[in-house]
Design a protein around this ligand. Structure first.
Ligand code: EPU
Length: 427
């Protein structure tokens, strides 16, 4: 199993380019199942979750070709409208094929995701919404089976709470339903808006994506299209924080600064200089320890839960006490225990972490528990004195493209050891 070995203490300097968004690419790839024509998607990141989605599409009978960052999917004939357990257990976002498969073929069989390191993460709201669109759903032997032999029909869907992939799943089902669907309390994340932009290029009629009310007029058929995925705002945020924690001077390029505004506003209050020096780039400078600034995770445009762990890493070396409140997932503080092994002073009280800033962290052997937790450990290691070894970096490979190479290019002393797997260009 691969590990990262990091020696902290070097301020990062130079340019960190951001890849395409994993969480936008995943639903975009699932959306390719909605048409029998080829769909070409640009800026698809070379990360493990994308490779998993590619295998899933191929399992259904779609042809998938990758050339550099461009992936073409041709789902001319679908042989199996199914997402098997072996795939879903490694990537929960596999449930994103439920909506498109039932819309295109009239049936879908998708393994139910089990528990997850960050919370229970059920898909009950996806299921209820698809029932409202007329699908008959049975859950047995660990699978959700959806049937709509006569096709789906438009409906009013109102989510009890905001769900990102739930909104995306319903969007992809509703585009081929008869009549109009209105989704209320829809997720406003940029990834939802990006998916709607792709679907509209394919011939869908969607209005309001990116707001909490989305209207979809069903069409009979979708066609092929070309689309470029948005930059990954979570990778961008991770890099902005990497620059600050290392007390460096870095330009984070190929990003959309407004997508990380909730983070950068806090960082400015904490003492970092973050400037949009040119379109699509943020220059980050930080010359000392930050001031403690409290943070609560929220749905977009609030502070992303996917950046909570990385922000907490920065606050472990702040002047003062930071209250970090996690409102989206019930168990997303696993990184706190590992950060504590590096000398961080963190107390967890339910959904709140109370972080008393320390003057310094110390390198240690730690292990990653999930994707964003692993990123927080890398950030902590960048500022810690001495050597840190991070085990289970396969979590990191699920969502960050060649992170060690990108960080090494701006001066980080980071190495992958025991390399058995190289994700990246060949996914
Ligand atoms: N929820 C339910 N029932 C449902 C769906 C969600 O109770 O049917 C709950 C969840 O358990 C959670 C909350 O609603 O407490 C919000 O979950 P949401 O459905 O929005 O999460 P998701 O769609 O499964 C996506 C991202 C996550 C990100 C969350 C929140 C993708 C592929 N995944 O997950 O990304 O944390 O939205 O923003 O888009 C990551 O990239 O590291 C990651 C975990």
């Amino acid at each position: 199993m691969d590990k990262f070995r990091i020696v902290g203490g070097t301020p990062l300097s130079g340019e960190l380019p951001v890849s395409g968004s994993k969480n936008s690419a995943l639903p975009a790839l699932a959306a390719c199942l909605l048409t029998d024509e080829p769909v070409e998607l640009g800026r698809i990141p070379g990360v493990k979750d994308i490779a998993t989605m590619q295998s899933l599409l191929e399992y259904t009978g779609a042809r998938v070709e990758r050339r550099a960052g461009t992936v073409t999917v041709h789902a001319k004939h679908l042989e199996r409208a199914e997402a098997p357990y072996d795939v879903v257990k490694t990537m929960r976002a596999s449930s994103l094929v439920l909506g498109p498969l039932v819309a295109r073929t009239g049936s879908a069989r998708v393994s139910m995701p089990g528990g997850c390191a960050i919370g229970a993460r059920p898909i009950n709201m996806h299921v209820t919404a698809l029932e409202q669109l007329g699908a008959t759903i049975e859950q047995s032997h660990g699978y959700v089976e959806a049937r709509a032999p006569e096709g789906l029909r438009g409906a009013n869907v109102s989510f009890d709470r905001i769900t990102v992939t739930g909104t995306e799943d319903v969007l992809m089902a509703a585009v081929l339903a008869k009549g109009e669907t209105v989704i209320r309390n829809a997720a406003r994340e940029p990834e939802v808006k990006d998916l709607a932009a792709l679907l509209n290029k394919m011939g869908a009629k969607i209005e309001g994506a990116g707001t909490s009310i989305v209207r979809i007029k069903g069409v009979e058929k979708l066609r092929g299209a070309e689309h470029e995925i948005i930059p990954d705002r979570i990778e961008a945020g991770t890099f902005v924080l990497a620059a600050a924690i290392s007390q460096g001077d870095v330009v984070v390029s190929n990003c959309q600064p407004e997508h990380v505004a909730a983070l950068t506003v806090k960082m400015q209050r904490a003492g970092a200089e973050v400037d949009e020096t040119q379109a699509g780039a943020l220059r980050v400078r930080c010359s000392g320890r930050p001031k403690a600034v409290d943070m609560t995770t929220e749905e977009y445009p609030g502070f992303a839960t996917d950046l909570q762990a990385q922000y907490m890493a920065w606050m472990t070396v702040a002047h003062g006490i930071t209250f970090v409140t996690e409102t989206i997932f019930e168990n997303r503080f696993m990184h706190a225990l590992e950060l504590a092994r590096m000398g961080a002073n963190i107390r967890i009280e339910g959904r709140q972490a109370i972080v008393a800033g320390e003057q310094r962290l110390m390198g240690a052997q730690v292990q990653a528990s999930d994707l964003r937790a692993s990123a927080s450990l890398v950030l902590a290691a960048l500022v810690a004195t001495g050597e840190t070894t991070i085990d289970r970096v396969y979590h990191m490979d699920r969502g960050y493209e060649r992170i060690e190479q990108k960080l090494a290019a701006v001066g980080a002393n980071i190495q992958r050891v025991g390399e058995t797997m190289r994700v990246g260009a060949e996914v």
